[in-house]
Write a protein that binds this ligand. Structure first.
Ligand code: ADP
Ligand code: MG
Length: 696
């Protein structure tokens, strides 16, 4: 089938769309008729009935009809034309900031008009600002519409009416020519879920019939919407699978390790690996023996021992004559890795180089040179690792810790300077944020996932309590007796709004208060606005026992390892997500003693908030907590903005449509085997020309 007689025709084939408009539509990702059909409404306006003025609610758009009672130009405040209309149930003012003399003449008292707009409380009572209006010239003039009016996303120079017309036209063309648009979903699926056909579903969203209400559309209960949301999820999932497939088609160096080196490495460790660690190590080793790049995500709760697992992967690369880059999101964490790796690789005659953005002068120069010439075997650092000046000699493995803190492009930047010819390095990414299975399927189906679901022996669960801020004096007293037993504690001040500045100010205030309330106790402060060298200095001093109590913002979320600090107070935990709280809490429980976490909330607390905190009190399992978080707050919150920000959906609302995720994987599997030709059209239909998934 040629493009000329399919939904792949260019939009210029529609009457009224010239080259000019077409160029503007391209900015919306619209090139073809199909693109028009999949340019779905953002929202709907309801002009299907006339609302009595007396029943209007502020903030809600409505169609009204009334008789002009008064027309006036006021110049108090901004000059505007005010037209008061009434319909017997109430009065409302229409306010126009831009108006013409013609309007003044037209809208004389006694004129009957209809208006559509959103009402609000204005200076002089209820008003609509710049409503659309029509003068009613005869009693039998129809002003209502039979269907909801779609409102489309726009771009500069494209009008709502242009899009409505073009989409209507495209719809009727495709309805007349059913073969133009292929429905790729298996009919058995449509049947079992009661989904309408593709054409029918699209038609419903653009031009809902009388039975469809705005509420039903917004709540996601309309089958047409569900069907399209499902198809969109499927397309995103397929796209990830495709890019994974493409990434694996590359060549990668094959790693091998002789058994004696392996034995030597494990013997020199101060502990034995857990079963889960051994299993994950085997998974990694199997990957790296293939001549294609490994793309593996290791998930494991805080303290589950991911670092040593990554060190083993590093060993594989090193003994195969290749370099390893280890990237961490903070200097603190990078330094901790540097220390650990230095210890573990003591007997292996390899240079370990540390590189951060802070390094200057000759230290930096020599580090860069060692990386470039290949004398550095393991390179550990922060974001500095993918700066321009860094070029690897032969990078065979990239390890990324706390993966969710880096963007996909940052991962790619590192890969692209590996110095391998026609090959790509293996990639191992690690995260302590457990991702519920359903979400992983959508976000990480480009990666293989390994899970470390076992903590090293002897770990004691953190005992968590939930108490109101009214009991602050008791908590302060508890710190006093805690420190008297030569133990240390954290006091965490959580986010206030989204402002880091305010968060730091709050921490400073708390620091002063606690210093005053706890004379004789050495209190220190660490927050995100401090220079990283100062931050590190404070953290080190705390670790060395120079301070008893550390007041901190959530910057201590990752990387802190102070076994003697086994009490943590978290203020206003209700402001944070459960997974983040769990991460924070993971800073305690690192030593032999029992550890405690006190969640000190601000009263009053809603039932949901109470329930959320109780989840944390009752469980120490990151996966259980993440699942609950997903249930209670929805995926956007759980994944964080960086993750969901990568995904732009047309119809899917992850919070609303979570249930649809259950079947995506299985349908994708059967599509790939039974109708492989459907894969790229589906991706193209929903993701268009966007390429953000194209590479991993
Ligand atoms: P995370 O998974 O949070 O990155 P780490 O790798 O930092 O955890 O490990 C936490 C601590 O547990 C470290 O001090 C590490 O040396 C130690 N550790 C790791 N594996 C084991 C094990 N199998 N037995 C005992 N301790 C272990
Ligand atoms: Mg770690």
């Amino acid at each position: 089938m040629s493009h000329a007689d399919s939904a792949q025709r260019s939009v210029v084939s529609l009457a009224g769309i010239g080259a000019n408009t077409a160029a503007k539509l391209e900015k919306l990702g619209i090139f073809t008729l199909q693109d028009l059909l999949f340019h779905l409404p953002l929202r709907y306006e309801d002009r299907t009935h006339i609302s009595p003025i007396g029943s209007l609610k502020p903030g809600v758009s409505a169609l009204i009809k009334g008789t002009v009672a008064l027309t006036d130009v006021v110049s108090r405040g901004r000059k505007s034309l005010i037209v008061k209309i009434g319909d017997g149930t109430g009065m409302i003012s229409l306010r126009f900031f831009h108006f013409s003399a013609g309007q003044l003449k037209q809208l004389t008292p006694g004129t009957v008009i209809s208006c559509f707009g959103e009402s609000r409380y204005g200076y002089a009572g209820f008003e609509m600002v710049h409503p659309e209006y029509t003068v009613i010239s005869s009693a039998d003039m129809v002003i209502t519409e039979s269907r909801l009016t779609p409102v489309y996303p726009l771009t500069e120079g494209v009008r709502q009416s242009t899009l409505r017309k073009a989409i209507k036209h495209a719809l009727s063309l495709c309805q007349e020519n059913p073969s133009w648009l292929t429905d790729w979903l298996p009919s058995s699926l449509l049947k079992s879920f009661n989904y309408p056909s593709l054409m029918e579903a699209i038609h419903t969203l653009h031009a809902p019939d009388e039975s469809v209400t705005v509420q039903a559309l917004y709540s996601g209960s309309v089958p047409a919407l569900k069907r399209l949301a499902f198809e969109e999820l499927l397309a995103h999932h397929l796209s990830l699978r495709l890019s994974r497939h493409q990434a694996r088609a590359w060549q990668a160096p094959v790693f091998s390790l002789d058994p004696s080196t392996r034995r030597h490495f494990f013997k020199s460790l101060p502990f034995t690996l857990t079963g889960a660690q051994q299993r994950v190590i085997t998974e990694i080793e199997t990957d790296c023996k293939q001549p294609h790049p490994m793309l593996r995500l290791v998930q494991g709760d805080v303290g589950s021992g991911k670092t040593i697992v990554s060190a083993y992967a590093a060993l594989l690369a090193l003994t195969s004559g290749l370099q390893v880059a280890v990237m961490a999101p903070t200097e603190l964490l990078a330094e901790q890795h540097f220390r650990n790796f230095t210890g573990w690789f003591k007997g292996f005659q390899t240079e370990i180089v540390y590189l951060t953005g802070q390094m200057r002068g000759s230290a930096r120069k020599s580090a860069l040179q060692m990386i470039n010439e290949g004398s550095a075997g393991i390179i550990i650092g922060t974001h500095a690792l993918f700066q321009e000046q860094v070029n690897f000699h032969k990078l065979g493995l990239v390890i990324i810790d706390e993966q969710h803190r880096f963007g996909v492009d940052q991962r790619m930047a590192l890969r692209d300077k590996c110095g391998l010819e026609n090959q790509r390095p293996h990639q191992l990414v690690m995260t302590a944020t457990p991702i519920p299975r359903t979400l992983a399927m959508l976000n990480y189906s480009d990666l293989d996932i390994s899970i470390i679901d076992e903590l090293p022996p002897g770990r004691q669960p953190v005992i968590t309590s939930v108490i109101p801020a009214e009991r602050r004096p008791d908590v302060i007293a508890r710190i006093s007796s805690w420190v008297a037993q030569k133990r240390q504690a954290y006091w965490v001040c959580t986010l206030i709004e989204e402002s880091e500045l305010l968060q730091c100010e709050a921490a400073e205030k708390t620091y002063l208060q606690l210093s005053e309330a706890l004379p004789g106790i050495k209190v220190s402060l660490v927050h995100g606005r401090m220079k990283s060298t100062d931050k590190d200095a404070v953290m080190k001093a705390f670790k060395n026992g120079e301070y008893d109590l550390l007041v901190a913002t959530t910057v201590i979320e990752v990387g802190v390892d102070v076994p003697n600090a086994s009490l943590m107070i978290i203020e206003n935990p209700e402001r944070l997500g459960l997974s983040q709280l769990h991460q924070l809490r993971g800073r305690v429980g690192r030593g032999q003693d029992a550890s405690y976490c006190v969640l000190m909330y601000q009263s009053p607390l809603s039932d949901t908030a109470k329930h959320r905190l109780s989840v944390l009190r009752d469980s120490n399992d990151g996966f259980v907590i993440a699942e609950k978080d997903l249930e209670l707050r929805g995926p956007g919150e759980v994944m964080g903005t960086r993750q969901t920000g990568q995904m732009q959906f047309k119809v899917v609302d992850l919070a609303r449509d979570t249930d649809l995720l259950d079947n995506v994987q299985q349908i994708a599997d059967s599509l790939i085997t039974e109708t492989p030709e459907a894969v790229s059209p589906l991706i193209n239909r929903w993701l268009g020309k966007s390429t953000h998934y194209a590479e991993v």
